[in-house]
Design a protein around this ligand. Structure first.
Ligand code: C2E
Ligand code: CA
Ligand code: CA
Ligand code: CA
Length: 277
Protein backbone atom coordinates (compact mmCIF):
# COMPACT_ATOMS: atom_id res chain seq x y z
CA UNK A 1 0.00 0.00 0.00
CA UNK A 2 1.00 3.59 -0.56
CA UNK A 3 2.28 4.37 2.96
CA UNK A 4 5.06 1.85 2.47
CA UNK A 5 6.27 3.40 -0.70
CA UNK A 6 9.46 5.38 -0.47
CA UNK A 7 9.31 9.10 -1.20
CA UNK A 8 10.03 9.80 -4.77
CA UNK A 9 11.43 13.21 -5.44
CA UNK A 10 11.45 12.45 -9.02
CA UNK A 11 10.27 9.80 -11.34
CA UNK A 12 11.19 9.07 -14.94
CA UNK A 13 7.79 10.48 -15.92
CA UNK A 14 8.48 13.76 -14.10
CA UNK A 15 11.95 13.97 -15.50
CA UNK A 16 10.78 13.58 -19.04
CA UNK A 17 8.05 16.17 -18.51
CA UNK A 18 10.54 18.67 -17.14
CA UNK A 19 13.01 18.07 -19.92
CA UNK A 20 10.22 18.27 -22.49
CA UNK A 21 9.27 21.71 -21.16
CA UNK A 22 12.88 22.83 -21.25
CA UNK A 23 13.20 21.51 -24.75
CA UNK A 24 10.03 23.37 -25.80
CA UNK A 25 11.37 26.54 -24.26
CA UNK A 26 14.66 26.23 -26.10
CA UNK A 27 12.87 25.56 -29.37
CA UNK A 28 10.60 28.54 -28.74
CA UNK A 29 13.60 30.79 -28.11
CA UNK A 30 15.20 29.57 -31.31
CA UNK A 31 12.05 30.21 -33.28
CA UNK A 32 11.85 33.74 -31.88
CA UNK A 33 15.44 34.41 -32.91
CA UNK A 34 14.96 32.86 -36.37
CA UNK A 35 11.42 34.04 -37.14
CA UNK A 36 9.72 30.66 -36.97
CA UNK A 37 6.14 31.91 -36.76
CA UNK A 38 3.39 32.78 -39.16
CA UNK A 39 0.06 34.54 -39.01
CA UNK A 40 -3.30 33.26 -40.06
CA UNK A 41 -6.16 35.70 -40.45
CA UNK A 42 -9.82 35.16 -39.66
CA UNK A 43 -12.46 37.44 -41.22
CA UNK A 44 -15.07 39.38 -39.25
CA UNK A 45 -18.32 40.35 -40.98
CA UNK A 46 -21.32 42.51 -40.17
CA UNK A 47 -24.37 40.50 -39.11
CA UNK A 48 -26.88 42.83 -40.84
CA UNK A 49 -25.56 42.83 -44.41
CA UNK A 50 -22.66 40.36 -44.34
CA UNK A 51 -20.11 43.02 -45.34
CA UNK A 52 -16.47 42.32 -44.52
CA UNK A 53 -15.55 44.25 -41.36
CA UNK A 54 -12.01 43.16 -40.47
CA UNK A 55 -9.51 40.39 -39.90
CA UNK A 56 -8.01 39.00 -36.69
CA UNK A 57 -4.35 37.94 -36.82
CA UNK A 58 -3.73 34.60 -35.03
CA UNK A 59 -0.18 33.42 -34.54
CA UNK A 60 1.07 29.89 -35.36
CA UNK A 61 4.38 28.38 -34.42
CA UNK A 62 6.25 26.55 -37.17
CA UNK A 63 7.49 23.75 -34.96
CA UNK A 64 10.50 21.85 -36.35
CA UNK A 65 8.91 18.46 -35.64
CA UNK A 66 5.22 19.07 -35.15
CA UNK A 67 4.38 21.42 -38.00
CA UNK A 68 2.08 24.39 -37.34
CA UNK A 69 1.28 24.61 -33.63
CA UNK A 70 -1.71 26.54 -32.24
CA UNK A 71 -1.14 29.37 -29.74
CA UNK A 72 -3.24 27.39 -27.24
CA UNK A 73 -0.16 25.18 -26.93
CA UNK A 74 2.60 27.75 -26.53
CA UNK A 75 1.25 31.16 -25.43
CA UNK A 76 1.07 30.06 -21.77
CA UNK A 77 4.68 28.83 -21.84
CA UNK A 78 5.80 31.99 -23.63
CA UNK A 79 4.04 34.12 -20.98
CA UNK A 80 5.57 32.14 -18.12
CA UNK A 81 9.08 32.52 -19.57
CA UNK A 82 8.73 36.19 -20.47
CA UNK A 83 8.88 35.41 -24.19
CA UNK A 84 5.43 36.61 -25.19
CA UNK A 85 6.51 40.21 -25.71
CA UNK A 86 9.00 39.22 -28.39
CA UNK A 87 6.31 37.13 -30.12
CA UNK A 88 3.64 39.84 -29.85
CA UNK A 89 6.01 42.46 -31.26
CA UNK A 90 6.74 40.24 -34.24
CA UNK A 91 2.99 39.66 -34.68
CA UNK A 92 2.30 43.41 -34.58
CA UNK A 93 4.89 44.26 -37.22
CA UNK A 94 3.99 41.32 -39.46
CA UNK A 95 0.24 42.01 -39.28
CA UNK A 96 0.71 45.72 -40.11
CA UNK A 97 3.04 44.80 -42.93
CA UNK A 98 0.72 42.16 -44.42
CA UNK A 99 -2.33 44.39 -44.04
CA UNK A 100 -0.56 47.12 -46.04
CA UNK A 101 0.33 44.62 -48.73
CA UNK A 102 -3.25 43.40 -49.17
CA UNK A 103 -4.58 46.98 -49.20
CA UNK A 104 -2.21 47.69 -52.07
CA UNK A 105 -3.64 44.62 -53.84
CA UNK A 106 -7.20 45.92 -53.66
CA UNK A 107 -8.55 44.59 -50.36
CA UNK A 108 -11.33 46.79 -48.91
CA UNK A 109 -10.05 49.13 -46.17
CA UNK A 110 -10.92 47.04 -43.10
CA UNK A 111 -8.90 46.88 -39.89
CA UNK A 112 -6.59 44.12 -38.74
CA UNK A 113 -6.78 43.06 -35.07
CA UNK A 114 -3.82 41.76 -33.10
CA UNK A 115 -3.88 40.05 -29.71
CA UNK A 116 -1.71 41.53 -26.97
CA UNK A 117 -0.85 39.81 -23.76
CA UNK A 118 -1.10 41.67 -20.43
CA UNK A 119 2.71 41.57 -20.18
CA UNK A 120 2.96 43.80 -23.21
CA UNK A 121 1.14 46.59 -21.40
CA UNK A 122 3.78 46.67 -18.68
CA UNK A 123 6.24 48.12 -21.17
CA UNK A 124 6.22 51.90 -20.79
CA UNK A 125 7.15 52.35 -24.47
CA UNK A 126 4.34 50.26 -25.96
CA UNK A 127 2.41 53.19 -27.47
CA UNK A 128 5.59 54.71 -28.91
CA UNK A 129 6.63 51.36 -30.36
CA UNK A 130 3.20 50.87 -31.94
CA UNK A 131 3.46 54.34 -33.51
CA UNK A 132 6.90 53.43 -34.86
CA UNK A 133 5.62 50.19 -36.40
CA UNK A 134 2.70 52.06 -38.03
CA UNK A 135 5.10 54.65 -39.44
CA UNK A 136 7.53 52.00 -40.64
CA UNK A 137 4.92 49.80 -42.33
CA UNK A 138 2.68 52.64 -43.54
CA UNK A 139 -0.53 51.17 -42.08
CA UNK A 140 -2.98 53.94 -41.06
CA UNK A 141 -3.60 53.79 -37.28
CA UNK A 142 -7.37 53.57 -37.92
CA UNK A 143 -6.78 50.15 -39.51
CA UNK A 144 -5.12 48.67 -36.42
CA UNK A 145 -7.16 47.19 -33.58
CA UNK A 146 -5.58 45.76 -30.45
CA UNK A 147 -7.35 42.99 -28.51
CA UNK A 148 -6.69 42.87 -24.80
CA UNK A 149 -8.17 40.88 -21.97
CA UNK A 150 -10.31 41.90 -19.04
CA UNK A 151 -7.46 41.01 -16.70
CA UNK A 152 -5.19 43.56 -18.40
CA UNK A 153 -7.76 46.22 -17.57
CA UNK A 154 -8.61 44.96 -14.10
CA UNK A 155 -4.98 45.06 -13.00
CA UNK A 156 -4.21 48.27 -14.82
CA UNK A 157 -2.19 50.99 -13.13
CA UNK A 158 -1.52 54.57 -14.21
CA UNK A 159 1.06 53.26 -16.67
CA UNK A 160 -1.44 51.01 -18.48
CA UNK A 161 -4.00 53.83 -18.54
CA UNK A 162 -1.49 56.19 -20.15
CA UNK A 163 -0.62 53.59 -22.76
CA UNK A 164 -4.27 52.93 -23.61
CA UNK A 165 -5.01 56.64 -23.91
CA UNK A 166 -1.91 57.21 -26.03
CA UNK A 167 -2.97 54.39 -28.37
CA UNK A 168 -6.47 55.80 -28.61
CA UNK A 169 -5.08 59.28 -29.33
CA UNK A 170 -3.13 57.82 -32.23
CA UNK A 171 -6.35 56.39 -33.64
CA UNK A 172 -5.74 52.75 -32.73
CA UNK A 173 -8.93 51.04 -31.50
CA UNK A 174 -9.06 48.73 -28.51
CA UNK A 175 -11.21 45.61 -28.17
CA UNK A 176 -11.80 43.46 -25.11
CA UNK A 177 -11.23 39.81 -25.98
CA UNK A 178 -13.19 36.87 -24.52
CA UNK A 179 -15.59 39.35 -22.95
CA UNK A 180 -17.67 37.95 -20.10
CA UNK A 181 -15.22 35.28 -18.98
CA UNK A 182 -12.94 37.34 -16.78
CA UNK A 183 -14.46 39.48 -14.07
CA UNK A 184 -17.82 40.40 -12.69
CA UNK A 185 -16.95 44.04 -12.13
CA UNK A 186 -17.69 46.21 -15.14
CA UNK A 187 -16.40 49.44 -13.61
CA UNK A 188 -13.22 49.20 -15.65
CA UNK A 189 -15.25 49.87 -18.82
CA UNK A 190 -15.71 53.46 -17.66
CA UNK A 191 -12.05 54.05 -16.93
CA UNK A 192 -10.60 52.93 -20.26
CA UNK A 193 -10.98 54.11 -23.86
CA UNK A 194 -12.44 50.85 -25.20
CA UNK A 195 -14.16 50.59 -28.61
CA UNK A 196 -15.39 47.04 -28.91
CA UNK A 197 -16.40 43.95 -26.91
CA UNK A 198 -15.71 40.50 -28.31
CA UNK A 199 -18.34 38.16 -26.88
CA UNK A 200 -16.62 34.94 -25.88
CA UNK A 201 -17.32 31.77 -27.82
CA UNK A 202 -18.55 30.04 -24.65
CA UNK A 203 -21.72 32.20 -24.78
CA UNK A 204 -22.22 31.62 -28.51
CA UNK A 205 -21.86 27.83 -28.74
CA UNK A 206 -25.25 26.96 -27.18
CA UNK A 207 -26.87 30.31 -27.87
CA UNK A 208 -29.78 28.93 -29.87
CA UNK A 209 -30.86 26.30 -27.33
CA UNK A 210 -29.76 27.80 -24.04
CA UNK A 211 -31.92 30.63 -22.73
CA UNK A 212 -29.30 31.67 -20.17
CA UNK A 213 -26.68 32.17 -22.86
CA UNK A 214 -29.18 34.11 -24.97
CA UNK A 215 -29.94 36.30 -21.93
CA UNK A 216 -26.23 36.96 -21.34
CA UNK A 217 -25.58 37.87 -24.98
CA UNK A 218 -28.65 40.14 -24.97
CA UNK A 219 -27.40 41.89 -21.84
CA UNK A 220 -23.88 42.36 -23.23
CA UNK A 221 -25.21 43.76 -26.52
CA UNK A 222 -27.56 46.16 -24.76
CA UNK A 223 -24.86 47.36 -22.40
CA UNK A 224 -22.41 47.77 -25.28
CA UNK A 225 -24.98 49.85 -27.16
CA UNK A 226 -25.59 52.22 -24.29
CA UNK A 227 -21.84 52.63 -23.83
CA UNK A 228 -21.48 53.08 -27.63
CA UNK A 229 -19.20 50.06 -27.98
CA UNK A 230 -19.14 47.72 -30.95
CA UNK A 231 -19.85 44.00 -30.49
CA UNK A 232 -18.29 40.96 -32.18
CA UNK A 233 -19.51 37.43 -31.48
CA UNK A 234 -16.71 34.85 -31.52
CA UNK A 235 -16.94 31.22 -32.61
CA UNK A 236 -20.04 31.53 -34.83
CA UNK A 237 -20.46 28.12 -36.45
CA UNK A 238 -24.10 27.86 -37.60
CA UNK A 239 -26.53 29.95 -39.66
CA UNK A 240 -28.98 29.76 -36.73
CA UNK A 241 -26.44 31.37 -34.38
CA UNK A 242 -25.74 34.10 -36.92
CA UNK A 243 -29.46 34.79 -37.41
CA UNK A 244 -30.08 35.02 -33.67
CA UNK A 245 -27.05 37.26 -33.14
CA UNK A 246 -28.33 39.60 -35.83
CA UNK A 247 -31.76 39.61 -34.18
CA UNK A 248 -30.22 40.35 -30.76
CA UNK A 249 -28.37 43.32 -32.28
CA UNK A 250 -24.81 41.98 -32.17
CA UNK A 251 -22.96 43.99 -34.79
CA UNK A 252 -20.37 41.57 -36.10
CA UNK A 253 -19.57 37.89 -36.25
CA UNK A 254 -16.41 35.82 -36.53
CA UNK A 255 -16.17 32.04 -36.76
CA UNK A 256 -15.92 28.92 -38.88
CA UNK A 257 -19.33 29.62 -40.46
CA UNK A 258 -17.82 32.64 -42.20
CA UNK A 259 -14.26 31.32 -42.55
CA UNK A 260 -11.49 29.64 -40.56
CA UNK A 261 -8.23 31.51 -39.98
CA UNK A 262 -6.28 31.48 -43.27
CA UNK A 263 -2.73 32.23 -44.41
CA UNK A 264 -2.31 35.78 -45.76
CA UNK A 265 -1.89 34.53 -49.36
CA UNK A 266 -5.43 33.12 -49.33
CA UNK A 267 -7.19 36.23 -48.04
CA UNK A 268 -7.62 38.14 -51.29
CA UNK A 269 -9.02 35.11 -53.08
CA UNK A 270 -11.34 34.38 -50.16
CA UNK A 271 -12.54 38.00 -50.13
CA UNK A 272 -13.25 37.96 -53.87
CA UNK A 273 -15.16 34.67 -53.62
CA UNK A 274 -17.04 35.90 -50.56
CA UNK A 275 -18.07 39.18 -52.19
CA UNK A 276 -19.37 37.44 -55.32
CA UNK A 277 -21.40 34.85 -53.45
P1 C2E B 1 -8.84 34.16 -29.34
O1 C2E B 1 -8.21 35.51 -29.45
O2 C2E B 1 -10.12 34.05 -28.60
O3 C2E B 1 -8.97 33.66 -30.84
C1 C2E B 1 -10.04 32.89 -31.31
C2 C2E B 1 -9.67 31.43 -31.35
O4 C2E B 1 -10.84 30.69 -31.68
C3 C2E B 1 -8.65 31.10 -32.43
O5 C2E B 1 -7.90 30.01 -31.95
C4 C2E B 1 -9.53 30.68 -33.59
O6 C2E B 1 -8.88 29.85 -34.51
C5 C2E B 1 -10.63 29.96 -32.87
N1 C2E B 1 -11.89 29.98 -33.62
C6 C2E B 1 -12.27 30.88 -34.52
N2 C2E B 1 -13.52 30.62 -34.98
C7 C2E B 1 -13.92 29.50 -34.34
C8 C2E B 1 -15.14 28.73 -34.38
O7 C2E B 1 -16.09 29.01 -35.12
N3 C2E B 1 -15.21 27.65 -33.55
C9 C2E B 1 -14.19 27.31 -32.73
N4 C2E B 1 -14.34 26.24 -31.96
N5 C2E B 1 -13.02 28.02 -32.65
C10 C2E B 1 -12.90 29.12 -33.45
P2 C2E B 1 -6.31 30.01 -32.05
O8 C2E B 1 -5.89 30.62 -33.34
O9 C2E B 1 -5.87 28.63 -31.72
O10 C2E B 1 -5.87 31.01 -30.92
C11 C2E B 1 -6.08 30.70 -29.56
C12 C2E B 1 -5.78 31.86 -28.66
O11 C2E B 1 -4.40 32.18 -28.65
C13 C2E B 1 -6.46 33.15 -29.10
O12 C2E B 1 -7.80 33.12 -28.67
C14 C2E B 1 -5.63 34.19 -28.39
O13 C2E B 1 -6.05 34.34 -27.05
C15 C2E B 1 -4.25 33.55 -28.39
N6 C2E B 1 -3.44 34.19 -29.44
C16 C2E B 1 -3.51 34.04 -30.78
N7 C2E B 1 -2.61 34.81 -31.41
C17 C2E B 1 -1.95 35.50 -30.44
C18 C2E B 1 -0.89 36.48 -30.45
O14 C2E B 1 -0.39 36.92 -31.50
N8 C2E B 1 -0.47 36.96 -29.24
C19 C2E B 1 -1.03 36.54 -28.07
N9 C2E B 1 -0.57 37.06 -26.93
N10 C2E B 1 -2.02 35.62 -28.03
C20 C2E B 1 -2.48 35.10 -29.20
CA1 CA C 1 -8.53 37.52 -29.89
CA1 CA D 1 -11.43 35.73 -28.09
CA1 CA E 1 -10.30 32.74 -26.56
Amino acid sequence: ESSHQPFQFYTPALESRASRMLNQEQLLRQSIALGGFELHYQPQVRTDNGALAGFEALVRWRHPQRGLVSPEEFVALAEARGLITAIDRWVLRQACHEACAWLAQGMPRVPVSVNMSAQEFRHPDLAIDVAAVLAETGLPAQLLHIELTESTLMHSDAQVQRTLHALQQQGVQLAIDDFGTGYSSLAYLRRHPIHQLKIDRSFVTDLTDNEDDAAIVTAIVQMARSLRLGTVAEGVETPAQLALLRQLGCEMAQGYLIAPPMPAEQLLQWQQDYCHK
